[in-house]
Design a binder for this molecule. Sequence first.
Ligand code: B4P
Length: 190
Amino acid sequence: MLNIVIFGPPGSGKGTQSENLIKTYNLEHISTGDLLRKEISTNTQLGALAKGHMDKGELVPDDVIIGMIDSFLDKMKNANGVIFDGFPRTVAQAEALQELLKTYKTDVNVTLNLNVPDEELITRLIERGKTSGRSDDNLETIKTRLQTYNNQTKPVLDFYKKQGVAVDIKGVGTIDAIFADIKKAVDAVK
Ligand code: B4P
């Protein structure tokens, strides 16, 4: 299996570049953000819990997210590989993913770390907020999301650096130019 973690701060282009990865490689895709928003839009109990955290710019509790990944992987036994988009966001999630993948005798092959300066992230997310209808794309929540990223998510990068699978990608420029760098990194581990 070819397993790719697409990593970076909010608004760095994880969702955007995942679309390119899906088109280019025959891989399954899981976006924890999209799954949570689906739970919210269908008014489930999990959605109500998630909304409380997401609207404040906080992470949804690890046990909820890990449960979602566990049931997703259970359906992926015959997949060529998986793109993990927006997951893992804590070291506990990264450790849980490693354990889950072990049961399928596989691991993360590459972690693509999208680097984008904070000012650009804020501009992108405010812009997206004008049309996305997302309740977390407003300045106050965006600032908290960036703090949450620095405090809880950035350490995940060290986890993957220690394993030698993290690759830095310049996340500023045209979507195509960024994807060209991503493709090089993925082709190198394929
Ligand atoms: P996510 O849905 O994962 O979203 P994101 O980090 O905001 O966005 P992403 O990086 O995918 O940006 P995009 O490509 O859309 O998370 C939302 C919330 O869900 C989290 O805050 C958290 O509460 C919760 N959550 C999700 N996963 C979780 C987990 N594992 N654990 C706990 N909680 C979790 O790009 C943004 C914008 O930039 C778009 O408008 C795009 O068009 C634009 N853009 C992209 N690339 C560009 C480029 N090169 N140049 C200019 N603009 C660009």
